[in-house]
Design a protein around this ligand. Structure first.
Ligand code: CP
Ligand code: NVA
Length: 311
């Protein structure tokens, strides 16, 4: 590549995926459909390696099973390489500014995924990165999980436009990403949270025509096509576990709550789950639950996302 072409390449701002709002509704639908295509190709054993010689840097400041395995396996299937970076063994953990880390890392790799605490960190990284940045979960959002959840819904039930989803539990990062998805994919979201655990009003307000807050989870579940929950204490809130267990009393997704939903309603959970807390074992291990497909789809959805961002 000539010096001028190189310069031009770096003047073009890369696309990032920090929230569902970084893609248009059409792009989201295209990625979801492509994810299902890539899944079929993998199942047929087709050799499709568009990323030979490409590197994904994965920065994890929080624990992960699904996100790490899905990105790493997906990148390897595409013929590329994924490197795991933990703050414990990089200069990130010794206070090197995120802006400097972004400038340096993005000159060496083709795409970056970050899982961290404050959403500002991924925003700063993206601002100073030459390559696409993917949010692998922050305290505010979990957009990759929503790609997988939507792919799973589309595979089981077709388009989600006009359907009713009930979010039962904490107004957390997953709930925020459901709110943004309701806006983008045009479904109705019932949000049942105990008082004091509502989603961020700044995220909710622009989606107000798609969302409704309930204090009674049984009411929220009524007429739902999909029931979703998540842990009551997210990563970083471990010391609030006991207090949260008390606050979320009555918010457990159990068979009685599933009984309020439509007859063919599905159940999703991003995992890891705490059986006997936010969901009973008979629901998560029961016939309405699609959590294992949902988890697998992380890999297919993120492959489609990386392909979109890099090509
Ligand atoms: N759902 C999810 O993001 O799982 P991990 O924390 O295991 O990555
Ligand atoms: N809300 C959870 C999601 C884990 C995938 C957390 O942030 O810990």
């Amino acid at each position: 590549m000539s010096a001028a072409a190189k310069e031009l390449k770096h003047m073009n701002k890369p696309r990032h995926f920090l929230t569902q709002l970084d893609l248009t509704p059409l792009e989201l639908r295209q990625i979801i459909n492509r994810a299902t295509e890539l899944k079929a190709m993998r199942d047929r054993g087709e050799d499709y390696r568009p990323f030979v010689g490409k590197n994904l840097a994965m920065i994890f400041e929080k624990s992960s099973t699904r996100t790490r395995v899905s990105f790493e396996a997906g990148m390897t299937q595409f013929g590329g390489n994924a490197m795991f970076l933990s703050p414990r063994d990089t200069q990130l953990g010794r206070g090197e500014p995120i802006e400097d880390s972004a400038r340096v890392i993005s000159r060496m790799v083709d795409i970056v995924m970050i899982r961290t605490y404050s959403h500002d960190i991924v925003e700063s990284f993206a601002k100073h990165s030459r390559v696409p940045v993917i949010n692998g979960l922050t305290d505010q959002y979990h957009p990759c999980q929503l790609l997988a959840d939507m792919q799973t819904w589309f595979e089981y039930r077709g388009d989600i436009r006009g359907k009713t989803v009930a979010w039962i539990g904490d107004g957390n990062n997953m709930c925020h990403s459901y709110i943004n998805s309701a806006r983008q994919l045009d479904f109705k979201l019932h949000i049942a949270c105990p008082e004091g655990f509502d989603p961020d009003p700044g995220i909710l307000a622009p989606a107000s025509d798609h969302c409704e807050i309930f204090r009674d989870p049984m009411e929220a579940a009524k007429g739902a096509d999909l029931i979703v929950t998540d842990v009551w204490a997210s990563m970083g809130q471990e010391e609030e576990q006991k207090q949260r267990e008390a606050a979320f009393d009555g918010f457990q997704v159990n068979s009685e709550m599933m009984g309020q939903a439509n007859r063919d309603a599905l159940f999703m959970h991003c995992l890891p789950a705490h059986r006997g807390e936010e969901v009973t074992a008979d629901v998560i291990d029961g016939s309405a639950s699609v959590v294992w497909d949902e988890a697998e789809n992380r890999m297919h959805a993120q492959k489609a996302l990386m392909e979109f961002l890099l090509t």
